[in-house]
Design a protein around this ligand. Sequence first.
Ligand code: NAP
Length: 471
Amino acid sequence: MEYPMWIGGRPVVTGPPRKVQLPYDGAEVAAVHEAGPEQVDAAVEAAAAAAAAMRELTLAERAFLLRKAHDKVLERSEALALALSSESGKPIREARAEVDRAALTLLFSSEEAHRLCGEVVPMDASPAGKGRWAMTLREPVGVIAAITPFNFPLNLAMHKIGPAIAAGNAVVHKPASATPVTALMMAGVFEECGLPPGALNVIPGPGGAIGDLLVSHPKVAMITFTGSPAVGLRIRSLAGMKRVTLELGSNSAVIVEDDADLDAAVPRAVAGSFANSGQVCISVQRIFAHQKVYGEFVERMAEGARKLKIGHPHDPATDISSLITTGEAERVEAWIGEAVRAGAGLVAGGARSRATIEPAVLAQAPPDVKISCQEAFGPVVAVNPVNGLEEAVAMVNASQYGLQASIYTRDIEKAFWAARRVHVGGFLINEVPAYRVDQMPYGGVKLSGMGREGPKYAVEEMTEVKLISWR
Ligand code: NAP
């Protein structure tokens, strides 16, 4: 199936379309038209024109529209899940779960439209404020450029588009080149729901070629980006006075204390390390287990990894499918090799076939190898022993990233001691850091980014506070 771009409420085609391939075996799954500089400009102009209509939509109208989009996503859930699995290579079971989450993200965004309000300012708390009243309004910023990655192409797009609409903004969405199909399907969904023409423009195209133009366009007021730190840093350097939200990568860590419930921790650590073949920004990559439970923990992790079923993403029994490209799989394979040469034990998996890597468990990876200090974004986890909680917290914090981290312990004092000392955007007790529900505040510190998503928090980022005072 061939998909046009979506600009100003109309489908747009350019030149010959580009193939979209199933990463698992290279099968062609769709063809899309891609934007060049002219279409970037047209999309921003269309959004700028629609921004006026968007800010005039009542909160009830915004909420109703988002509620309709939620309903339509559920009506079309199977078609969306199949397209999502095909473009990203994500196992169909996980693709279905992502569609359900995307619908919920729209529902939460709809609810936030109802809650959009300012506050009364107690002006006469200052002597100079006597006889004055003031209130704040939350006004839309205008045009938002939304740039999204390949790993959750639908839900992460809805985390930007839903709150943007709730806040009364217009959007230009540039999806990842590997995964433009569900984004283009959603342009049709929003159109059917009655979104004003131009309020959502979807322009696939190579980020390296059109990204700078979009980010530095003078009519773009805010950039909301999810992707790699390298691109995030470039966007920030070009953004000038524009608002920027950056949701970047991590190498998330779990602490396993000597009193942890291993029956609860091991299955969650296996799921958290290997979901979507580790291509999750909060994938479990580093585990620091107390030396008293370390041996048993490693053995049980390896056993869990070996049980996962590798296969075609459309097979409902598949747990692990391919990475997004063979090149990415080769990189992960090389990182595993580097860790093993430096002295780590490979206790499960690690073999590569085309773009697919068997889920790998490394034991005692040295702290200076890539798997210990960079983001793997693949199905590999390193488990290391520690002597106590202080050492574990220091190891978790010895990272340039800080998205989410977690601890398994039965001792609530220890859990909160660690929670206060770990430098991350979110800390989970008796859960893995790969856990997220869509209404919670979500985002990182350090190289993991700035700003928070989750519709309530994204709406705050996507609105400007205006004070109105009278005497
Ligand atoms: P990426 O290479 O940074 O790409 C992300 C998006 O940026 C794509 O749409 C890409 O377009 C675009 N892009 C590339 N160069 C650009 C430029 N110069 N200017 C503007 N846009 C540009 O990331 P990815 O490989 O798709 O995704 C993996 C990364 O995303 C990982 O680091 C992961 O941790 C992170 N991530 C973070 C979160 C979070 O919420 N914190 C969630 C998911 C993923 P093209 O595809 O055309 O290159």
